[in-house]
Design a protein around this ligand. Structure first.
Ligand SMILES: O=C(O)c1ccc[n+]([C@@H]2O[C@H](COP(=O)([O-])O)[C@@H](O)[C@H]2O)c1
Ligand SMILES: Cc1cc2nc[nH]c2cc1C
Length: 342
């Protein structure tokens, strides 16, 4: 369904050579050098041109939230969507300071928000409770992948080539944990954390609900779409489709925290080459994220103990991405600057 080309590593030597000729000791810009290399491989070896960076925030509600697995009720999803549209959330502040535009997408929230700035791509009023039944149908998964791709493509057509992937959905750490455990065959306790900050009693309940869901619906080691239908997340499915579309178009994917990384895992499983286009913004405090990042061989740029989602860690990482592009594009070489250190 999605054709994602592998990056052409024939350019790698050229790019590395160009980085090594910059006026600095070899390797002295550390991980920023790897970042610059990846950006040049994706966006062009002569000039890394970051255009119209965009934060996509995918919002959806979860049937599992009715079990009390979050500090907040489902109504908060729609309330926060309104907050995003009005510019009052953390992600608005971060995007404003790094020059990123926000597009919020209703992928299936319970309480509809009537605002023309919201992109409506609703797959329903929240998923079903996955501890009792499949979160969504196989058709909804297919439709969600296409709708997510459509949201990304509408921005790609305007020239955007760098995308942050944020989300909002009360209960979505439960969904993301179940998806991770089911796809990777991991113990539930390795994948479940405290999400918005639940107490010990709620945490135990969350673990046992997900364990029982897995024993009813099973693992999906070779079947990412089956896992998505079982444990769902309308916003997670649409994020997967959007990531695939961005990679297919040769754009940059900035992954945010735990939920965004689970979407990245599914995009990778559906088209392995998508991984080449991903930059991991930060390591979330959510238990399970570290293991997931290791599985994806990902080194996040930041580690600030964030556990908010919304795209906040991805927006913060855009600063570093801009700096990596700037040094790759503009820093003098030993020859051009007449520096004879090597
Ligand atoms: O991205 C993360 O790492 C992250 C970690 C913990 C919580 N969140 C956010 O909190 C919400 C999900 O938490 P919960 O407890 O309702 O499952 C959802 O709106 C996410 O954006 C996000
Ligand atoms: C207030 C609040 C803001 C959020 N932003 C992302 N997830 C969230 C969850 C809550 C509860």
């Amino acid at each position: 369904m999605f054709q994602v080309k592998p990056l052409s590593f024939s350019d790698e030597l050229y790019i590395q050579n160009r980085i090594d000729q910059k006026t600095k000791p070899i390797g002295a810009l550390g991980k920023l050098e790897n970042l610059a290399k990846q950006l040049a491989l994706i966006l062009g070896r002569e000039k890394v041109n970051i255009q119209l960076p965009m934060m996509l925030i995918f919002a959806g509600d979860h049937g599992i939230a009715s079990e009390g697995v979050s500090i907040a009720p489902s109504e908060v999803t729609a309330q926060m969507v309104t907050n995003f549209l009005n510019g009052g959330a953390a992600i608005n502040c971060f995007c404003n300071s790094v020059g990123m535009t926000i597009q919020v997408i209703d992928c299936g929230i319970i309480n509809s928000v009537n605002d023309e700035r919201l992109m409506i791509q609703s797959l329903g009023q929240g998923t079903r409770n996955f501890s009792k039944e499949p979160a969504m149908s196989a058709e909804a998964v297919e439709e969600g992948l296409l709708l997510g791709a459509r949201a990304a493509r509408s921005q790609l057509e305007k020239g955007c080539n760098v995308f942050g992937f944020g989300e909002m959905g009360i209960g979505n750490t439960s969904s993301a944990s179940a998806l991770m455990a089911a796809l990777l065959g991991l113990k539930v306790t390795d994948c479940v954390g405290r999400g918005t900050g639940i107490d010990d009693r709620q945490y135990q309940k969350k673990v046992s609900l997900i364990e029982s869901a897995l024993s009813i619906q099973g693992q999906f080691l070779e079947d990412p779409k089956g896992a998505l239908a079982a444990y769902g997340g309308f916003e997670i499915v649409q994020m997967v489709g959007a990531m695939l579309a961005v990679a297919e178009a040769g754009g940059v994917i900035i992954v945010d925290g735990f939920i965004s990384s689970v979407a990245a895992l599914f995009a990778y499983k559906l088209a392995n080459n998508t991984r080449d286009y991903m930059i991991f913004g930060h390591q979330s405090a959510e238990q399970g994220h570290q293991k997931l990042l290791s599985y994806l061989c990902a080194e996040p740029l930041l580690s600030l103990d964030l556990r908010l989602g919304e795209g906040t860690g991805a927006a913060l990482a855009l600063n570093l991405i801009h700096c990596a592009a700037a040094f790759y594009n503009d820093m003098a070489s030993f020859e051009s600057a007449g520096v004879t250190a090597v």
